[in-house]
Design a protein around this ligand. Structure first.
Ligand code: MG
Length: 255
């Protein structure tokens, strides 16, 4: 089946360390001119779409805001579509945007787990746990176990969410890569099937595995977090491996 759309990872694929990867803007313009539907993705759960758009523009990359999908955006869309009221750990930066949705501390439809360190204490965690035991859906904004800062490793959202899964025996719904919830949101936005799409990214564990879950082909770039031989380490193999996004148009001719 011919390719009609592309889902492109942002960090490490189109830019890295606040710099646009050489050739990225030209490739995006060319793909657009050739008629491909484009969507751009990141697992960020602590920025609104507008904040993310401003950041990407500040790097010198001009992308339409409605084509950008993050863990925060997919979570918002999921709650809105299902008309869910929520409680839980909402990242502070998202509060204005989520104020459109109903926050319910008594009988919420779901418990949201995102990055909000100030919201974590035993009594709040225990309260969220009880809501899950009473049938509220556990929503995991992103599944990262830990992340690194200059001072060392830190607990990430996925680790907090795993505690609730362990305690309650209920599996959470993940709103970020590599979850199919995340990729299906972009497919429905493009009105395309997975087989009509190519996913491009620098991370086998999130981008390639996510692509395989929706039946899409995938292209791994050797930029960003890519490490030598990454493509051989996972059971999921990318359809192609290219040096950088600049080589994407050529790779698409042979996919
Ligand atoms: Mg990446």
């Amino acid at each position: 089946m011919s390719i009609r759309g592309l889902i492109l990872d942002l960090n490490g694929t189109l830019y890295f360390k606040e710099r646009v990867i050489e050739g990225a803007s030209e490739v995006i313009a060319r793909l657009r001119a050739e008629g491909y539907s484009l969507r751009f993705m990141t697992n960020t759960d602590s920025k609104t779409r507008m904040q993310l758009h401003e950041l990407i523009c500040s790097y010198g990359l001009d992308l339409p805001i409605q084509e950008i999908f993050s863990a925060a955006q997919v979570t918002f869309d999921y709650l809105k579509k299902n008309k869910y009221s929520y409680t839980g750990l909402l990242p502070k930066a998202l509060e204005p945007e989520f104020s459109e949705l109903e926050r319910d501390e008594i009988n919420p439809d779901c418990v949201l787990i995102g990055e909000n360190r100030e919201g974590i204490n035993y009594s709040s965690l225990d309260r969220f746990f009880r809501h899950i035991m009473n049938g509220a859906e556990l929503i995991v904004m992103q599944p990262g176990r830990h992340y690194f800062l200059a001072d060392g490793p830190h607990l990430d959202t996925g680790a907090i969410a795993a505690m609730f899964e362990y305690a309650s025996g209920h599996q959470g719904q993940v709103m970020a890569k590599p979850s199919s919830n995340f990729f299906n949101r972009m497919l429905s936005d493009m009105r395309l099937k997975g087989s009509e799409v190519v996913v491009v990214g620098d991370d086998v564990e999130t981008d390639m595995i996510g692509a395989s879950k929706i039946g899409a082909r995938s292209i791994l770039v050797r930029t960003g977090k890519y490490q030598s031989a990454d493509e051989y380490l996972s059971a999921i193999k990318p359809s192609q491996v290219i040096d950088s996004i600049a080589d994407l148009p050529k790779a698409l001719e042979h996919i």
